[in-house]
Design a protein. Structure first.
Length: 671
């Protein structure tokens, strides 16, 4: 009989309380499925550990899916069976028996159990007692009922004879077929693996005498020994999904910036292979606590424009910091369990082996938030207290998409555009790590017509994909190097080549020769400033004539934090500061200093802006390079051009009120 209320009532079966019941356990242990994926196997990190020689270390997982709860085999040695049939993945129905080696579990959904119990009780109430006629409907005007007949003293009342019922058969054992395969070494467990699920609390039921112990039907509903009315299961009601709460400091980051009505549940998590592992949903807590908390971290990073997320294990838990506008900002601290949950989810998304806890591991995954795709580079490294996780946030929304968005002087932008249209030449961008060199080169590539020119890049790694450009990612584990890939790329008939970095003499020499033989070469170099780039190339052993003839432009740059417009405060500069800034602050009687407010996460700054110095290699400068160049000789040669130093550009922003003196001195040093 179909139980009323089980189907056709519009209820979401995913929200019903469900559990796996151990059939071979006399106590009838239940394993609740509301806390997240349930892993079963012999390894101690499983949610349910079974001592069964025919089971694998990580045998199977029972998890939510869009169609309900499903069981998924984890490449086990002897396979996972549902109702005596070997499966790889199957959506469970109430009463399905899952067999793992010799151990059997039954899938029970409490909503179905309760509905059938209610239907059984209703049916019992509607049935007449055997041997008696159904009560007749009395007329409207009825007489008082006559008193019951008196029975003789000392004679007990006659007991009704209960009809015999056929006994309910016990579950029959299911035969096991041993495949005799090798032991499963699949230690990458499911979604939140060992740390991603809280320990299961076994709930043994009270022991019953043999005469009272009920048997169970096909879906786990208890029956009396006489087979009549179902005995309802006395169990606490299923708890409502709990909203995962964020630490106070993380709540402040979630509230930072303009309100864009984004919620953590709007974030869709995409695995390394491009499949959606956790879809966006309107339900709180979907996917488990680890998934919900990771979504909170990613949402806070989007709201604060963070470029990196650091999850650091400490003595008494985990500490999280964001890199915002180039500086580290404290985000939150939380217990070790929650940190382990996040690590487990990130490893599953990135395809990283969850069993390796003391190794350097790398990967990537992505998210999609209302059409806004963000890629994340994942890095795990071992530390004293565990693995530290760093996520590099590659959000194209925060990156400039045109040279005009870099806010450099017009003459600088026009000079770069002119060289970018040439067939030969070389543009080098200099600066320390994190100064935006690659972003600048990407915007130079966007000035090139990729339909009429063959553009190739060699990067370590590829950060943003550019339409119409062939991008090659360097993999040093396979023996790749910039020099080797550059020689290979030269046989691909390129017009424009972007080399991620000039870091060794071979790469520098090959790039210079390519610039002289009909290719436009773009690259970066670690140097203090534009003038220092020339000496850096010479120190790498590049012949002066190659530097003088192959090099066209050197752009040195830094990124300065911009003062928050909501809280910056004016003040008068000191005489010493006025002397250091020189002509940049002539006629300026006030400068601004950072204060801090919720809009800028109490840093006093909001966003960054580039400062540039552009060195154009002229004929006069080539003559100096071909001889014995000195810094003083090069500076003297540049006096007749529009060349301005990085410090002069930084102090000009101070005069505009865009940044502070201390920020310029922090970034530029004692130049």
């Amino acid at each position: 009989m179909k139980a009323a209320g089980v189907e056709g009532n519009g209820a979401n079966p995913l929200m019903a309380k469900a559990y796996m019941e151990t059939l071979d356990d006399p106590a009838g242990t239940r394993h609740d499925l509301s806390g997240g994926p349930l892993t079963i196997g012999r390894h101690p990190q499983n949610s349910v550990v079974i001592q069964d020689d025919m089971a694998s270390r990580f045998h199977c997982v029972i998890e939510r899916s869009d169609k309900g709860f499903r069981v998924r085999d984890l490449k086990s040695r002897n396979g996972t069976k549902v109702n005596d049939a070997v499966i790889e993945s199957k959506v469970l129905k109430p009463g399905d028996v899952v067999r793992i080696g010799k151990t059997r579990f039954r899938f029970v959904q409490q909503a179905v159990v309760d509905a059938i119990a209610d239907a059984g009780r209703a049916e019992q109430r509607s049935q007449p007692v055997k041997g008696k006629s159904a009560p007749q409907k009395q007329p409207a005007a009825k007489k008082p009922a006559s008193p019951p007949p008196k029975r003789s003293a000392g004679k007990p009342p006659a007991k009704p004879v209960k009809p015999a019922k056929a006994p309910v058969p016990e579950d029959e054992p299911i035969p096991v077929t041993d495949w005799h395969e090798s032991e499963n070494t699949f230690s990458r467990s499911i979604e939140e693996a060992s740390a991603a699920r809280p320990p299961v609390t076994k709930q043994p039921r009270a022991a019953a005498s043999p005469a009272q112990k009920p048997r169970r039907d096909a879906i786990g509903q208890p029956r009396g020994h006489d087979g009549d009315a179902a005995i309802p299961v006395t169990e606490a009601p299923a708890p409502a999904p709990q909203e995962v709460t964020a630490p106070v400091s993380l709540k402040a980051l979630l509230a930072a910036g303009p309100d864009n009505n984004l919620r953590e549940r709007d974030i869709e998590l995409i695995g390394e292979r491009g499949e959606i592992l956790y879809a966006a949903t309107d339900e709180a807590g979907t996917g488990g606590e680890g998934v919900t908390f990771l979504r909170m971290l990613l949402l806070a990073a989007l709201r604060t424009r963070a470029t990196d997320i650091h999850l650091e294990p400490r003595n008494n838990g985990y500490f999280m910091r964001f890199r915002i506008d180039g500086t580290m900002v404290d985000a939150a601290s939380f217990d070790a369990r929650r940190g382990a949950l996040v690590n487990g989810v990130v490893k599953v998304l990135s395809g990283i082996d969850t069993g390796r806890q003391h190794a350097i591991e790398e990967g990537h995954f992505a998210s999609n938030t209302r059409g806004r795709r963000v890629d994340y580079r994942v890095s795990f490294t071992p530390s004293v207290h565990g693995q530290k996780l760093v996520l590099r946030v590659l959000d194209p929304v925060n990156a400039p998409h045109d040279l005009s968005e870099l806010k450099m002087h017009d003459w600088m932008r026009q000079s770069i555009q002119r060289v970018a249209r040439q067939d030969t030449g070389m543009i080098l961008v200099a600066g320390p790590t994190g100064s935006g060199k690659t972003t600048t080169l990407y915007n130079v590539l966007r000035e090139i017509d990729v339909r009429t020119r063959n553009v190739l890049t060699i990067e370590d790694p590829v950060e943003y994909q550019i339409e119409g450009v062939t991008q090659i990612s360097l993999d040093e584990r396979k023996g790749d190097s910039f020099a080797a890939l550059l020689r290979s790329v030269l046989r691909q008939d390129p017009d424009v080549i972007l080399v991620g970095e000039v870091r060794d003499p071979e790469t520098a020499r090959t790039a210079m020769q390519a610039a002289m033989t009909g290719h436009l070469v773009l690259s970066t170099v670690h140097a203090r400033d534009a003038i220092g780039t020339i000496f850096r190339l010479l120190d790498l052993g590049i012949e002066p004539y190659l530097v003088a003839t192959g090099l066209n432009l050197v752009l040195a740059q830094r990124l300065l934090r911009v003062l928050c417009p909501h809280c910056k405060a004016p003040r008068r500069p000191t005489p010493q500061e006025t002397t250091r800034m020189g002509r940049a602050v002539e006629g300026i009687d006030q400068v601004f200093t950072p204060v801090g407010c919720p809009m800028c996460v109490n840093t006093g700054y909001h966003g960054r802006r580039g400062v540039y110095e552009l060195l154009i290699v002229s004929d006069a400068l080539r003559d100096i390079i071909l001889k014995t160049p000195t810094i003083e000789a090069i500076r003297e040669c540049l006096k007749s051009s529009l060349f301005t130093t990085l410090s002069q550009g930084g102090y000009a922003l101070v005069a505009e009120g865009a940044t502070s003196i201390q920020e310029v001195e922090r970034v530029m040093g004692n130049e």
